[in-house]
Design a protein around this ligand. Structure first.
Ligand SMILES: [Zn+2]
Length: 89
């Protein structure tokens, strides 16, 4: 089997280590979704629509400097996070 070179490439949907670390903190501290206010089931994976994700109060697109600011982050369902992103676009 030929081995392909492992080039570190940024793929869409793959979050950085820093993002993952902050997500873990936020999901530990917060029980409820910042968008819809319903409880987040922490047993669900982050890929589940009702799973917990790291959401941003001020959109990262508009305020990239606050991407890793804890005060700008909140727990959100994946479905809510995606829906919100659409609104902000
Ligand atoms: Zn929600």
């Amino acid at each position: 089997m030929p081995s392909r070179p492992q080039k570190p490439r940024k793929r869409p949907g793959v979050k950085s280590r820093r993002h993952q670390a902050l997500r873990a903190i936020v999901l530990t501290e917060e029980e409820f979704c910042g968008v819809c206010g319903l409880e987040i089931d922490k047993r669900l994976p982050g890929t589940d629509p009702m799973g917990g994700t790291l959401g941003h109060i001020l959109s990262v697109r508009a305020f990239p400097e606050f991407e890793f600011d804890r005060d700008n982050c909140q727990a959100e369902h994946l479905a809510c996070n995606i829906g919100k992103a659409g609104d902000h676009a």
